[in-house]
Design a protein around this ligand. Structure first.
Ligand SMILES: Cc1ncc(COP(=O)(O)O)c(C=O)c1O
Length: 485
C-alpha cells in the first residue's frame, strides 16, 4: 500500500509536491543538471496522482526551477545553484553612531505603501492571505453588541479580555504570561517606542542587529540616542561574542533585537543563543527589548520561544503585534514589560494614552473564538510557499553572484547583489516601472548595505508580479553593467 507523505485534506497538493522537490534541492540531494524523479516514481513515492505531480512540475518549470527536455523528462535548472548562496555576516564599524536619514525614509515609506506599486517594498503579508471577511464580521458584531464600549476610552494597560487572550497565546511556547503582564499598545511601533523611552534617554547607546529594521533606527534617531550596530549572522542572528566585546568597552544602555525572524534577514536565533543572550544581559543588568512581531509566522514545526521565556530577572521587554499575522491597520500591539511595567503604563498614559476600543474588542473576540489560531495555520503555510517561490524567482531573474537569505519565518528576503550594484539607484529605476523595493542602505546608520535589497514575498505570485521580478532583475543587471563600464 502506498502511504501519502503529504498533509491530508490539502487542496493544494501540487504545492506540497513542489515543496518536496525544492526541499531536496535546498538539502543538496538534487543538484543543477540532475534529472528530477519521474512522474510515475514520485507519484508512487508520495501517494498522489500523476496529474498532481505533472501540475507541480509544470509550475516548477514556470518558476525556472525545472527544465523539460523532450522525451527525457524534467531536469534541475542551473540557476538553482544561486539559491544556496546566502549573504554572509560582516563585522561592523564597532562605534556608536548618531542616526541621520533625512528625508530618505519618508520618500521610501510613501512609495512602499502606494497601492498601485508592485509590493516588493512592503513588509507584510498581502490581504489575499488575511481573513478579511471573518474579521470584518466579528468587528461588525462587536459594534452592534457593545456600541457604548466601542465608543469609550480603553486606557492602559488595555482591554482585559484581549490581554487574557494574548497571555494564552504564550502558553504554547513555555512562556508564563498573565493578563496583568500585557500592556496593549497601538502596534509594535508604539511598544518599541515606549520601551526605548523607558530604559534609555538622549545620548545613550542602544545595541542593535546589523542589518536592522529601519524604523528602529528611525526611533533611535528621533530620540537622540546612539545606535551601536552589532555583527549579525544571516542564519543565527546577533553574534554574541561581538556583543560581549562591545560591552567590554562601552556603556550600552539596552539591546534591541529580533531573535525570531529579524527584518530583513528572517533568521532564527537558536534557543541556546537566546538563553545565552538573556543570561549575559542579566549579569550586566541591561534590558533586552525584544521585537517578536514575526514570532507566530514561523516556517518550522513549532513556534519558537520568545527570548522573554528565558527571562528570570524581568529584564526583557517583549514587543509584538498583530500587524504581520492579522491586520496591520487595526494597530493592536503589546509589550510584556517585566520590571518596567509600571513605568511603561505611566508613559503610555501620559503620551499616547488609550488604544482603539473597537479594535481591541474585535481582536479579543477573534482570538477567543479560535479563528485566529486557525487562520495562523494557513498563513504560515502560505508565507512559507510564497517566500520559497520568491527566492527561486529572484535567483532566476538576478545576475550571477547574487546571494539570497533563507528566512525561517516572516515574509521578506534579504538580497545581496554583486558589488557595484547601487540599491538606491535600483530603487529609483524600479519606481519608474511601478515596482517598490526597499534599498539596503536603510538598514544601517552607516549606509553600509549599498548593494542589498529587501524584497517582500508575502503576496501571490501572479503573472504581473512574476513579470515585475523579471523587470527588476533586468534593472539590477543594468546597474551592475554600468558600474563595471
Ligand atoms: C521587525 C518589525 N518590527 C515592528 C514593526 C512594526 O509593527 P507595527 O505595524 O505593529 O507597528 C514592523 C513592521 O514592519 C517590523 O517589520
Amino acid at each position: 500500500m502506498t502511504v501519502s507523505v503529504l498533509t491530508r485534506g490539502d487542496s493544494f497538493k501540487y504545492d506540497q509536491v513542489s515543496r518536496y522537490i525544492t526541499d531536496l534541492i535546498d538539502k543538496g540531494q538534487l543538484k543543477p543538471g540532475d534529472k528530477a524523479p519521474s512522474l510515475r516514481k514520485l507519484s508512487k513515492e508520495l501517494g498522489v496522482s500523476i496529474s498532481t505531480i505533472s501540475q507541480s512540475y509544470l509550475s516548477l518549470e514556470d518558476q525556472g526551477i525545472l527544465r523539460a527536455k523532450p522525451q527525457s523528462g524534467f531536469f534541475i535548472n542551473s540557476m538553482v545553484n544561486q539559491i544556496n548562496n546566502i549573504p554572509k555576516s560582516a563585522s561592523t564599524e564597532g562605534q556608536p553612531r548618531k542616526v541621520s536619514f533625512g528625508g530618505l525614509f519618508e520618500e521610501i515609506f510613501i512609495n512602499a505603501s502606494n497601492p498601485r506599486m508592485v509590493p516588493f517594498g512592503e513588509a507584510k503579508p498581502s490581504m489575499d492571505f488575511m481573513p478579511v471577511k471573518s474579521l470584518t464580521r466579528t468587528t461588525r458584531s462587536i459594534i452592534s453588541r457593545f456600541p457604548e464600549r466601542c465608543m469609550d476610552y480603553s486606557f492602559p494597560p488595555g482591554n482585559r479580555k484581549l490581554r487574557e487572550q494574548i497571555a494564552q497565546q504564550y502558553q504554547n511556547i513555555s512562556t508564563r504570561v498573565s493578563a496583568d503582564d500585557v500592556i496593549i499598545t497601538s502596534g509594535a511601533t508604539e511598544a518599541l517606542s515606549l520601551s526605548l523611552q523607558t530604559v534609555a534617554k538622549r545620548g545613550d547607546i542602544i545595541a542593535v542587529e546589523s542589518p536592522t529594521y529601519f524604523a528602529v533606527l528611525r526611533l533611535i534617531e528621533k530620540m537622540g540616542m546612539l545606535a551601536l550596530e552589532i555583527e549579525t549572522d544571516p542564519e543565527t542572528g546577533i553574534v554574541l561574542d561581538a556583543l560581549a566585546e562591545a560591552f567590554d568597552t562601552m556603556d550600552i544602555k539596552a539591546v534591541l533585537a529580533s531573535p525570531n525572524f529579524s527584518n530583513p534577514l528572517g533568521c532564527l536565533m537558536p534557543e541556546e543563543n537566546k538563553r545565552a543572550l538573556v543570561n549575559m544581559l542579566a549579569e550586566l543588568d541591561v534590558p533586552l527589548i525584544e521585537d517578536d512581531v514575526y514570532g507566530s509566522v514561523y516556517f518550522g514545526e513549532k513556534r519558537p520561544r520568545a527570548a522573554k521565556s528565558y527571562d528570570l530577572n524581568n529584564l526583557v521587554l517583549s514587543c509584538s503585534s498583530f500587524s504581520k499575522s492579522l491586520a496591520p491597520g487595526y494597530r493592536i500591539g503589546w509589550v510584556l514589560a517585566g520590571r518596567y511595567r509600571k513605568k511603561v503604563v505611566e508613559l503610555k498614559q501620559a503620551t499616547f494614552s488609550a488604544t482603539s476600543s473597537i479594535n481591541q474588542l474585535a481582536m479579543a473576540e477573534f482570538l477567543s473564538s479560535g479563528q485566529y489560531d486557525r487562520h495562523l495555520v494557513r498563513l504560515r503555510m502560505n508565507m512559507r510557499d510564497q517566500v520559497e517561490k520568491g527566492r527561486y524567482m529572484i535567483a532566476r531573474s538576478f545576475p550571477r553572484g547574487t546571494c539570497i537569505s533563507n528566512p525561517q519565518g516572516g515574509n521578506v528576503v534579504w538580497v545581496e547583489m554583486p558589488t557595484g550594484c547601487n540599491s538606491l539607484d535600483i530603487f529609483n529605476r524600479a519606481l519608474e516601472k511601478n515596482i517598490g523595493v526597499t534599498p539596503g542602505i536603510l538598514f544601517s546608520a552607516t549606509r553600509r548595505f549599498k548593494n542589498y535589497l529587501r524584497i517582500n514575498c508575502g503576496f501571490p505570485w501572479n503573472e504581473t508580479n512574476q513579470q515585475a521580478m523579471t523587470t527588476l532583475g533586468k534593472i539590477v543587471s543594468a546597474s551592475l553593467a554600468e558600474s563595471r563600464s
